[in-house]
Design a protein around this ligand. Structure first.
Ligand code: ADP
Ligand code: ZN
Length: 194
C-alpha cells in the first residue's frame, strides 16, 4: 500500500522577533532550510517596501539568502500561497499592513506552518505594528537579541544613527546599530528644528 503524505491537518504560527542584527532572518532561513531538506513544500515572502539587498531573496546581514516572492499586501500574500504549500515563511513582518495577523490565521487554519520574522520595535522603541498583534495570536514566539555595539550587553533596541522621523527608513548600511536599553538613545534620531 502506498503511503501518501497528505497535508498536515493543523497549522500554526511561529514569530521570530527582536532588534535589527539580532539574527531574525538567519533563524527564519535556518527553519525554512530544514523544512526544504525534509522535502516540505515551502514558499517565502517579503513585502515590496524592503528592497535593500535583493528584490527576490530574503537576505540576512551575514549574507545568508533564500529565494522569495515580493508581495504588496497581506491579502496578496494569502492569494499567492499554493494549496500544496506546507510551510510559509515571511520576512520583515513589520512592513506589512494591519491585515497580516488575519492573513497568518487564515493560512494556519488551512493547515500551513506560518513562520514570520520581524522587528518588534521601531527606532524610538515603540511597538512596531502589526508585530504586537501577531505576537498575541502566535503559538510560538522566539525573541532574538543582538549584542550592544557600545557595551556588549544583550541588545534589544535598534539605534538609528541618522536624523529622520520617518518610521520606515530602509537603505544604506551604517544607518542603524544594535544597542542595549542603557546605551539606546532615541533622541539621536531626532530631526533638528531650524
Ligand atoms: P536581523 O534579521 O535580526 O536584522 P540578521 O539575521 O539579518 O539579523 O543578521 C544577524 C547577523 O548580523 C549576525 O549573525 C552577525 O553576523 C551580524 N551582526 C551585525 N551586528 C551585530 C550585532 N551588534 N550583534 C549581533 N550580530 C550582529
Ligand atoms: Zn549597551
Amino acid at each position: 500500500m502506498d503511503v501518501v503524505r497528505s497535508q498536515p491537518q493543523h497549522g500554526w504560527i511561529e514569530v521570530i522577533t527582536g532588534s535589527m542584527f539580532s539574527g531574525k532572518s538567519e533563524e527564519l532561513i535556518r527553519r525554512l532550510r530544514r523544512a526544504q531538506i525534509a522535502k516540505q513544500q515551502v514558499q517565502i515572502f517579503k513585502p515590496l517596501v524592503d528592497n535593500r539587498y535583493s528584490e527576490d531573496h530574503i537576505v540576512s546581514h551575514s549574507d545568508m539568502r533564500m529565494a522569495s516572492q515580493c508581495v504588496k499586501s497581506s491579502d496578496e500574500l494569502v492569494k499567492c500561497v499554493d494549496d500544496d504549500t506546507e510551510v510559509v515563511g515571511i520576512d520583515e513582518g513589520q512592513f506589512f499592513d494591519a491585515n497580516l495577523p488575519a492573513a497568518c490565521n487564515t493560512l494556519a487554519d488551512r493547515g500551513k506552518r506560518v513562520i514570520v520574522a520581524g522587528l518588534d520595535q521601531d527606532y524610538l522603541g515603540r511597538p512596531f505594528e502589526p508585530m504586537p498583534q501577531l505576537l498575541a495570536i502566535a503559538e510560538y514566539i522566539t525573541k532574538t537579541l543582538a549584542i550592544c555595539v557600545v557595551c556588549g550587553d544583550p541588545a534589544n533596541h535598534t539605534q538609528r544613527l541618522v536624523a529622520s522621523s520617518d518610521r520606515v527608513l530602509v537603505g544604506a548600511t551604517g544607518m542603524y546599530e544594535a544597542r542595549c536599553r542603557h546605551c539606546f538613545d532615541p533622541t539621536l534620531a531626532a530631526v533638528e528644528k531650524v
